[in-house]
Write a protein that binds this ligand. Structure first.
Ligand SMILES: [Mn+2]
Length: 329
């Protein structure tokens, strides 16, 4: 990416209500009849490792990826408390992702992740609730995000985190959630933002089970050592899983718990005990790299082919291989 695109280095802006400006990523103006233009696309890798005790059922996280526009991905994390009411928490998150995938090309959605969330939520019939994040890349390089709860997304540029979403919660361990019940949140409660991306930027998104068990510096290090997005997603998920079952790892989760005043009983503290450890949970990681591809723009007509993004649209529960991974390790 040319240094002349320094304007896109400006910090991400919160999206309020007006539509984001559609700045061209970079455009060749050699010929009005047969111009070539550059479009931004995502190369996406995913990995899901269920909670160790939920390996057989695949856990309660769900996600999907699509090549629609410049690339789309989403994660939903079924709230596990529903199991106490004899409701399978995976049903709601999986249905929310299935509907999100279905409504991607809906005219009213119009490539707006918040409206996609509205439609997908309205279509659900399962009982339950889920945290959710949806991210869509426009071909101009603008990433649009809608998130309810504590799934997260970070953008890494040149070895530094240059953007990070903030979790939404009612209180510690009780995130905002899209729900089958009126008491839950809706698309109107979503954190909505846009980020201008550059070629080479890496997006790392995940469920809380990922970000509760890994530090930014570890993410940056794994990303820099991985040959591709698939390998990066797998390596990140496996590192977070390793930390999640480590009673002695001082995880982001345990640090956050202490900062909220949670602690071991005082008689244990006298003996030197400290509230530490990872947090066992389903772990979903999506890694996406921003690439520019040259599109022949004949007579001003946009073409969809030749995006260089080989992935089709897919809704995912964990693969058998991933479940076996989590059992074996
Ligand atoms: Mn979770």
């Amino acid at each position: 990416m040319a240094a002349s695109t320094a304007s896109r280095l400006s910090p991400p802006r919160l999206h309020v209500s007006s539509p984001p400006p559609h700045l061209p990523l970079r455009r060749s103006r050699l010929s009005p009849l047969r111009a070539a233009k550059l479009e931004a696309v995502l190369s996406i890798g995913t990995h899901l490792i269920p909670h160790p005790r939920k390996a057989e059922t695949g856990g309660e996280d769900a996600f999907f990826v699509s090549t629609d526009a410049g690339g789309v991905f989403a994660i939903a994390d079924g709230v596990s408390g529903w199991a106490e009411k004899d409701v399978n928490p995976a049903l709601f998150s999986r249905e929310l992702m299935a509907h999100s995938s279905t409504f991607l090309k809906d005219e009213e959605v119009n490539h707006d992740p918040q409206l996609l969330l509205m439609k997908a939520h309205a279509a659900t019939t399962s009982i339950g609730s889920a945290t959710v994040i949806i991210a869509m890349l426009e071909k101009t390089g603008i990433l649009k995000i809608a998130s309810v709860g504590d799934c997260g997304l970070k953008v890494i540029r040149k070895g530094q985190v240059m953007f990070s979403t903030c979790p939404q919660e009612h209180y510690f361990d009780c995130p905002y959630q899209i729900s089958s019940e009126a008491i839950g949140q809706t698309y109107m409660d979503a954190l909505v933002c846009t980020v201008n991306l550059m070629e080479g930027d890496m997006i790392v998104s995940g469920s809380d089970g990922f970000f509760d068990n890994i530090f930014d510096q570890e993410i940056i290090s794994v990303i820099s050592e991985s040959p591709g997005v698939d390998e990066a997603a797998k390596a990140l998920a496996e590192l977070a899983r390793k930390h999640s079952v480590d009673f002695y790892f001082d995880s982001p989760y345990s640090m956050e718990a202490r900062s909220r005043g949670l602690d071991v009983p005082s008689w244990k503290k006298v003996l030197g005990a400290k509230l530490i450890g990872g947090k066992m949970d389903d772990i979903t990681v999506i890694v996406a790299q921003v690439k520019e591809v040259m599109i022949q723009d004949d007579e001003g007509m946009d073409r969809e082919e030749g995006q260089g993004n080989e992935q089709g649209s897919a809704i995912a529960a964990p693969t058998t291989e991933q479940i076996e991974d989590s059992i074996a390790t």
